[in-house]
Write a protein that binds this ligand. Structure first.
Ligand code: KG4
Length: 333
């Protein structure tokens, strides 16, 4: 069975061809970073216009690289939500039209399901149940995954997502968008204990996150340094800020795993490309005797392969998508 996966939820136009459940024949991602970087963040209107221009060439390239044509495709999986409505509409409307013309069935996929399953694109696969921390520009959530299609939300951010916090702090430090990779790069040369930034644990035993106070603490630190005429120690600020985020993400994920008596921990979403988060989570899992799985960085950030995989599993035993369906901005998982 061949599944064409299409992703346009934010600022990456992506397409992939997946054979059966996990043999990836091609994956193509067109990033819009260059377009949005001069605005310091994603401009939704520009993002949807760029998806319009990119979607046909990107799908064509994915099919060519997989050495197949649309005639060989059995299913089209497309991100239905969450994300930017204008961006989602481009991918979803394109797929509805393609399905209408070619008679290939389609399935709408929740973007979070893609991140939750991306790890199955790797050789080394986890077994169910697992606790997954999904951290990206739009979300920071902990899930209990019981099967390829059954996920329970255990905790989520109450304000900024982890990636959003990275991007906003990068902006206030004068680093270009997307800030996450730049902050983690700067952090490599810094001392993570240099500045005591706050950790928002929230109520005792809570699995929710809050990162807006941390962002304000970084702003206050920078303002104070300026007032005192002290130079900003960029690497130390980045390393200390990153450590504050990583500490909370790791602690709460381990708490969730203990509470649900789960022996396997999975990481996904764009922020899980962060080397310190990967290292810290891996170390804690080793200490607590838990198995740890994380996809390679290119499967952590948005891609069509994870959407194809989630679509493959969702299509088993459920009705195909219908033309009346619409996109949605908030995850339904
Ligand atoms: O999952 P993703 O590609 O897109 C969505 O938000 O859905 O995640 C993008 C986010 C951005 O906020 C970006 O700054 C962050 O992931 N990110 C990182 C790193 N690489 C990407 N954050 C911290 N460290 C990184 N190395």
């Amino acid at each position: 069975m061949l599944t064409l996966g299409i992703e346009t939820s934010c600022d990456d136009t992506a397409a992939a061809v997946l054979k059966d459940s996990d043999t990836l024949l091609a994956s193509v991602v067109s990033s819009q970073d260059q377009i949005h970087t001069r605005f310091g963040g994603v401009v939704p209107e520009l993002a949807s216009r760029q998806h319009l221009e990119s979607i046909v060439p990107i799908v064509t390239e994915a099919l060519d690289r997989a050495s197949v044509t649309l005639k060989d495709i059995d299913l089209i999986a497309v991100t239905q939500g969450p994300g930017l409505i204008g961006s989602l509409l481009v991918g979803f409307s394109y797929v509805k039209a393609l399905s209408y013309v070619t008679k290939i069935p389609f399935v709408g996929v929740d973007h979070m399901a893609g991140h939750l399953l991306a790890v199955f694109l790797e050789e080394d696969k986890p077994s169910f149940p697992y606790v997954a921390l999904i951290v990206s520009g739009g979300t920071s959530s902990i899930y209990l995954a019981q099967s390829h299609t059954s996920f329970s939300l255990l905790g989520r951010t109450r304000d900024d997502a982890a990636g959003e916090a990275f991007d906003k702090v990068a902006k206030l430090l004068g680093l270009p968008y997307p800030g996450g990779p730049r902050v983690s790069e700067e952090a490599k040369a810094g001392n993570r204990a240099a500045i005591k930034f706050p950790r928002a644990w929230l109520e005792e035993e809570s699995l929710d996150f809050s990162f807006s106070g941390l962002k304000t603490a970084v702003l206050n630190h920078c303002n104070q340094a300026k007032q005192l005429g002290n130079p900003l120690q960029l690497a130390d600020i980045c390393a200390s800020f990153q450590e504050a985020i990583v500490d909370v993400l790791v602690e709460k994920t381990m708490l969730a795993a203990r509470r649900h008596n789960v022996q396997t921990v999975v990481l996904g979403g764009g922020v899980s490309a962060n080397p310190r988060l990967r290292e810290s989570m891996s170390g804690r899992c080793q200490q607590e005797g838990k198995a740890f799985f994380v996809p390679r960085p290119s499967f952590c950030t948005d891609n069509g392969a994870m959407i194809a995989m989630a679509g493959f599993y969702y299509s088993q035993g459920s009705a195909p998508g219908s033309y009346e369906q619409d996109v949605y901005s908030r995850s339904q998982l």
